[in-house]
Design a protein around this ligand. Structure first.
Ligand code: CP
Length: 305
């Protein structure tokens, strides 16, 4: 099996073989998930969930995934932990390691924090989103969802729309899709597209309507206002007019195209409410697949490294 990592930090670190292993393992985990049963893969293992930023999907699906694998799970509420008394993240992790925690799932606003912890501690670190760096399990669940619907990744045309600059989800998606041979397009206002993004092998379309009718998958992103240091969007009304996936644009999609969104959705901003609930939308399927992919990652990580 092509997966020999202690930690999951970024999709950029993973080869095509690693991604194929994860897809295969996720298929098996999805069967366990849908059966409603538990499996003893992580019996007697301890998993800590340590989120310094809000979350609904990632946090809870990691908890469900770990429990389905029979692990013991502790959920640390940062606001009521010793973090509020000034404890550093390094001391928090040192404390958790002393409690014989095997896996720490961490979300933090600082890019690179998961890498720093992985380098300095024996405990397995899983990055659940670090600043605008990466959100690897979101990239993996998006990859798996596309694979489930399209039965392949290679040569698919995938369009990511919106705030690419501040999005860790966009970066993880681009790494995963390019590694697996998809053609990736991004669309958004110039202030939301990182300079040199073409170096990642993607094609930029500032006019969404020039590309929307040609793709197999549309992945819509939320405007990440919590990560913007300056106001890069002079007019929300103009953004909605140029980039919202609305009912008119829905009609222009290919008949077999699917619509994705990592969530949380801002209905009426980046996506029309009816479009989010339309038959082409696979948003809820992404949420279910998030549990399967997180079961897969927890099962695959090698604690002996
Ligand atoms: N997609 C995602 O990361 O959602 P949450 O912030 O709810 O975890």
């Amino acid at each position: 099996m092509s997966f020999d990592f202690k930690d999951l930090l970024a999709i950029k670190d993973l080869s095509k073989k690693n991604l194929q292993t994860i897809l295969y393992s996720t298929q098996c985990c999805k069967q366990i998930l849908m059966s409603g049963e538990k499996t003893p893969i992580l019996v007697d293992k301890n998993v800590a969930i340590l989120f310094y930023e809000p979350s609904t999907r990632t946090k809870n699906s990691f908890e469900i995934a770990a429990k389905r694998l029979s692990a013991n799970v502790i959920n640390i509420s940062v606001n009521t932990s010793s973090v509020v008394k000034g404890e550093s993240i390094t001391d928090t992790v040192k404390t958790l390691e002393a409690m014989r925690i095997d896996y720490i799932i961490i979300r933090h606003s600082s890019a690179g924090i998961a890498n720093m912890l992985a380098k300095n501690f024996k405990v397995s670190i899983i990055n659940a989103g670090d600043g605008f760096h990466e959100h690897p399990t979101q990239g993996l669940l998006d990859l798996y969802t596309i694979y489930e619907y399209k039965k392949k990744i290679k040569d698919l045309k995938v369009l990511i729309v919106g705030d690419i600059l501040h999005s860790r989800v966009a970066k993880s998606n681009i790494w995963a899709l390019k590694t697996m041979g998809a053609e990736v397009f991004v669309s958004g206002p110039p202030t939301f597209i990182p300079a040199n993004i073409e170096e990642l092998g993607v094609t930029v379309f500032h006019n969404l309507d020039d590309i929307i009718d040609k793709v197999d998958v549309v992945n819509i992103l939320r405007i990440q206002s919590e990560r913007q240091k300056e106001n890069l969007l002079p007019s929300l009304r103009e953004y909605i007019s140029l980039y919202q996936l609305n009912k008119k644009r829905l009609l222009n999609l290919k008949s077999e195209a699917i619509i994705m969104h990592p969530g949380p959705i801002n209905r009426g901003i980046e996506i029309d409410s009816e479009v989010a609930d339309s038959s082409k939308s696979v948003i809820n399927k992404q949420v279910t697949n998030g549990i399967a992919v997180r079961m897969s990652i927890l099962s695959l990580l090698n604690r002996d490294k």
